[in-house]
Each structure stands twice: as structure tokens, then as C-alpha cells.
Design a protein around this ligand. Structure first.
Ligand SMILES: [Zn+2]
Length: 362
């Protein structure tokens, strides 16, 4: 019997394959260029996570590789975006342009989770070019008690030969001896964890991390900036700091009061540390299962002026009425080519994905 987690893992794989085929079709027929005037919109918000050089010895099992790009690739994308005639602007400027109906095309660059490599590799690049960028910080992370559970899960699966878990009161055993087995085990556990409630999700990973001696607090301190480092960046007018909840939770899975506390509490914490209250927010995970209509309304109530999702898409003038559900385009580590980003800038792949609906905020 195929269970929910298996189905989600398989679906993610199929979606990637369909997207790859569609992208390749668009590019080789040149259709993206014909579609661009209708599909490119007025702007784009790019999503990034880690920016760091490739390791000397790339790992065969690296399921989180999608979350990192190299500094060279990012540098080339910044050139490409400029050559394509887009202005790199701050989120404040993006909102202004949307509200005023300004038709000059723009791009925003946003970095989720506050990784230290953003300070080391990405920030100097933007500084040199005088280009703005936004960081979205889950405030437990610089406090040193964040749980980057997807990274912990990768380490656990890398170390294990077989994984035993308690799932819905039953023993779940997954082989993890070979790279294909590890890849499968990671995908199945990952998608199961994304489905279940947040408290159980964290508890499951804590138990496994304990068993395989993975220190999540140490990973957090090693990978994520502390408040002093965030303050260094925030002191630069080019840098906007936005909120990303406290503990990096999928807000749609939380009760209203808890969701508000996660959103508003992270804004309070940033205000206390930086002296400025953030008005921009990023929903952790950001997919429709992690942030929906209720959460868009909550983000507005909490006082944010914009909130970004990871729903794929370009920005159109109509988004000025949907500032709590802005789409983004991920610079994905698996697609580090300027061909891919040229396709993205045409907006054509997302128009196909969204069946030519410009706004997807349901
Ligand atoms: Zn995040």
C-alpha cells in the first residue's frame, strides 16, 4: 500500500521531472521568448538559502543541495539580471512600484534562514554592486537554539545503515545502506515529517538526532549568524531584515494563537535586537500546505506589509492587492545554469505551472 509520505516523495520527484521537461521544451523551441511579453510580469523575487563554494569532495548523498548555490553562480545571475534590464531593488521599493503601477522591471534577492555564508559570500557581492538584499531570520536561530531538522535528518540518514522510527504507533524500518536507499529513506521521512504536526515532527527528529549523535544546536551555531553578525549586515542601508517565525514553523499547521505568536514574536525579537521593527515576512517552507489564506490574513493582522511564499511565479501589477502572498522564484542548487535563470526571467515556466493565472493566493 502506498502511504501519504511515499506519495508526497513520489509526487515531488514527478513534479521536478515535469518541470525539467517543460523547461527544456520551452528553451529548445524558443517559446519562452515568445511568451515573455505576457508571462514575465513586472518583477521577480528570488529565493536563496546558502551561498558557498562547492565542497572539495562533493557528496553522493546530498538531498539538501537544492538549498545552496555557489558565489560564482550568484555573481553571474546578478550580471544576467542587470543585462536583462531589471533593476535590483529592495522590497520597500518593489511595493512602491507595484502600488504606483510603475512598469520598470525589477528583481529582489531574498535569503531565508540567516546563514553565515550569506555574510561571507553574498553580502560583499551586493555591497560591491550597491544592490539591496533581504534576509529573513527565524529568531530562534541566532539565539542558538534553532532546529535545522532537514539538515539533521540528512546527517542521520548519512550515518545510518537502517533507520527505525515510530510512526503512528508502529515501527517503521527503512534501509539506508546505499546511496539510492539513503535518498529514498530521506525523501520518505522528510515528506512524512512535512505532513505531520510540528510538535511531533520536532520530537521525532530530536529522538533520531540523539540516537545518531547529531547535535542540532551545534549545527545551528556553526551555520547561522549570531545577532552581532546580523547587526553588522542590518547596519547597511542596502540590507533589509525580515521575520521568518521564531522556530521555523509551517504556520498553517499551528493554531491561530500560536501562529500569531510565531509571526509577531519573531518581529518583536528582531525589533529588540536591531531597534527596527521588521515589516516584511517570509512563511517558512512557503508552499500552499505551509501557508494559506488564513495565514495571509494573520500576517496582515500582525502588521507585516509584505509576506513572501515559495509559490512559484513572477510579480504582476495585480500583486499589489496580494502583498501577503507574494510568489518567488528559487535559485535552486540543482539548476545552476544561466539557461535556467534566463527561462525563469521569461516567466514562461511559471505561467505553465500556474495555468496562466497571474495571481495564486488561494
Ligand atoms: Zn526557511
Amino acid at each position: 500500500m502506498v502511504d501519504g509520505a511515499k506519495r508526497r516523495a513520489a509526487l515531488a520527484k514527478v513534479k521536478t521531472a515535469v518541470m525539467k521537461a517543460a523547461m527544456s521544451g520551452l528553451y529548445h523551441t524558443g517559446a519562452h521568448r515568445l511568451l515573455a511579453p505576457y508571462t514575465q510580469g513586472v518583477g521577480v523575487i528570488f529565493t536563496l538559502h546558502h551561498v558557498r563554494p562547492e565542497p572539495d569532495e562533493p557528496k553522493a548523498f546530498a538531498p539538501n543541495r537544492i538549498l545552496e548555490v555557489t558565489p560564482e553562480f550568484l555573481d553571474a545571475v546578478l550580471d544576467q539580471v542587470q543585462e536583462a534590464g531589471l533593476d535590483v531593488v529592495s522590497l520597500d521599493e518593489a511595493v512602491l512600484r507595484l502600488q504606483e503601477g510603475d512598469d520598470r522591471r525589477f528583481a529582489c534577492f531574498t535569503f531565508d534562514d540567516g546563514y553565515r555564508d550569506n555574510l561571507k559570500y553574498a553580502y560583499p557581492m551586493f555591497k560591491r554592486r550597491s544592490m539591496p538584499l533581504t534576509l529573513y531570520v527565524p529568531t530562534d536561530y541566532p539565539d542558538g537554539n534553532g532546529e535545522l531538522w532537514w539538515l539533521a535528518l540528512e546527517e542521520i540518514v548519512a550515518r545510518a545503515h537502517e533507520i527505525e522510527l515510530c510512526r503512528n504507533g508502529e515501527l517503521w524500518r527503512l534501509p539506508a545502506g546505499t546511496v539510492p536507499e539513503k535518498t529514498r529513506a530521506f525523501a520518505e521521512i522528510y515528506w512524512w515529517l512535512r505532513l505531520i504536526d510540528e510538535a511531533t515532527q520536532r520530537e521525532v527528529v530530536r529522538v533520531l538526532a540523539d540516537r545518531y549523535e547529531v547535535d542540532m544546536a551545534a549545527d545551528c551555531s556553526r551555520l547561522v549568524m549570531d545577532w552581532d553578525e546580523i547587526r553588522t549586515m542590518a547596519a547597511d542601508p542596502l540590507v533589509t531584515v525580515g521575520a521568518h517565525t521564531k522556530g521555523h514553523f509551517a504556520v498553517s499547521k499551528l493554531y491561530v494563537s500560536r501562529a500569531c505568536e510565531e509571526m509577531g514574536g519573531s518581529a518583536d525579537r528582531i525589533e529588540r535586537e536591531l531597534g527596527v521593527r521588521p515589516i516584511h515576512f517570509s512563511y517558512p517552507y512557503g508552499d500552499p500546505g505551509s501557508a494559506g489564506r488564513r495565514d495571509f490574513a494573520l500576517a496582515r493582522q500582525v502588521g507585516f506589509q509584505t509576506a513572501v511564499t515559495t509559490r512559484k511565479g513572477m510579480l504582476f501589477p495585480a500583486h499589489r492587492r496580494h502583498l501577503m502572498a507574494l510568489p518567488r522564484v528559487s535559485l535552486n542548487g540543482e539548476y545552476q545554469s544561466l539557461t535556467y535563470t534566463a527561462l525563469c526571467l521569461s516567466g514562461a515556466p511559471f505561467a505553465l505551472w500556474n495555468r496562466f493565472q497571474q495571481v495564486n493566493a488561494a
